[in-house]
Design a protein around this ligand. Structure first.
Ligand SMILES: Cc1ncc(COP(=O)(O)O)c(C=O)c1O
Length: 350
């Protein structure tokens, strides 16, 4: 089955951006402390520069496809501190594509103190269009306005002879998720080589592209490992169906006839509060624990909340004592240097 999946993935255009396979190591001190066998998949090391993360796997297929389709310009979307937007811009620069961002403000940036991913977007010289919510407009409506303006902008450029590629929020498309079908194959091979047989794999889930791809990959490989997505923002009851539709579309794009349904997905919704880009105590505690026992860094928006969710499963017995777990580190460390409304309490001396 692994060979079949590898064959399907190899047939697709792929831009070489990251460093793969990413490291896979055991967290010895945390394993002893928590009485489990805990491993970490280091997708914070995907590259392509210092600030790697999960989007690089998606972008290899998304931009590989964009180049194969003759595009010269790439549009994408997200919050002003979006990791996806920043990584898309970096990848476009590497490939000689022109990146254009339409960003909405969950946390309002200070124009005199531009930080974190927005600062990097500027360093990379991306064309940025920043939309603030109008009075009475929800964040989702502002996001829609970004998509509409991006599409209109792309249409104008296309009428002038440019080839434009539109990458959705988080790179969550059938093509993007294929990167994580490849990720599932990569980790499965590392586990087989190392004699590791995980029962649980935890990752942060936002747009769902990572979770969809990983779950699709594991099911296509016939693995029984349970993939648990820890939500980093509010998700309605349709989220599992949305993820299974994305997983199926990604498998179909590759040419696989494996099919998933909503029951293949586990989403932990207890750790995102009070909301996206809004810190909480459990994530702050989890970031400190990982840093102080293993010398590793998680971030307040994604991996800190996901790590907190995994700790919750271990402490409540959802992942029983002695079980083997993998924490899939999806990157995002730049959030530690974002606005204080995003960083939260991490700087206090505790
Ligand atoms: C660091 C990090 N982790 C996890 C995620 C969630 O991934 P997905 O959007 O594929 O659900 C993101 C998405 O932006 C991210 O930047």
């Amino acid at each position: 089955m692994a060979d079949d999946l590898a064959y399907l993935l190899e047939r697709k255009p792929r831009a070489s951006l990251g460093f793969f396979p990413t490291p896979f190591t055991r967290l010895d001190r945390l394993s002893d402390m928590l009485k489990v066998d805990l491993w970490i998949k280091r997708d914070d090391f995907t590259g392509m520069n210092l600030f790697g993360g999960n989007k690089i796997r998606k972008l290899e297929y998304l931009l590989g496809d964009a180049l194969a389709s003759g595009c010269d310009t790439v549009f994408t979307y997200g919050a002003t501190q979006s990791n996806h937007a920043m990584q898309t811009v970096a990848a476009c620069r590497r490939l000689g594509l022109n990146p254009i961002l339409y960003l909405n403000t969950y946390v309002k940036p200070d124009p005199n103190d531009v930080r974190s991913n927005m600062l990097l977007d500027r360093v990379f010289g991306a064309e940025m269009h920043i939309l603030e919510s109008r009075p009475g407009e929800s964040e989702a409506d502002t996001e829609e306005r970004c998509f509409d303006l991006g599409k209109a902008h792309a249409a104008r450029l296309e009428s002038q002879g440019h080839g434009c590629c539109d990458i959705p929020l988080g790179g969550a498309s059938p093509i993007g998720s294929a990167g994580f079908i490849g990720g599932a194959l990569e980790l499965t091979r590392q586990c087989t080589d190392g004699g590791v047989d995980p029962s649980f794999i935890f990752c942060a889930t936002g747009t769902g592209g990572t979770l969809a791809g990983l779950t699709a990959g594991y099911r296509a490989l016939g693995s029984k490992a349970r993939i648990i997505g820890v939500a980093v923002s509010d998700k309605n009851s349709e989220y599992e169906t949305k993820c299974s539709n994305l997983a199926n579309a990604s498998l179909a794009w590759l040419g696989s006839d494996v099919k998933l349904d909503a029951s293949d997905f586990t989403v932990e919704r207890g750790y995102f509060q009070p909301g996206y880009e809004k810190p909480n105590f459990a994530a702050t505690e989890a970031i400190r624990l990982l840093a102080r026992t293993e010398g590793l860094i998680a971030d307040p928006v994604y991996t800190g909340k996901a790590f907190a969710g995994m700790l919750g499963w271990i402490r409540s017995g959802g992942a029983p004592m002695g079980s083997t777990l993998v924490f899939w580190h999806t990157g995002g460390a730049t959030a530690l240097f974002a606005e204080s409304a995003i960083v939260g309490d991490l700087s206090s001396e505790i």
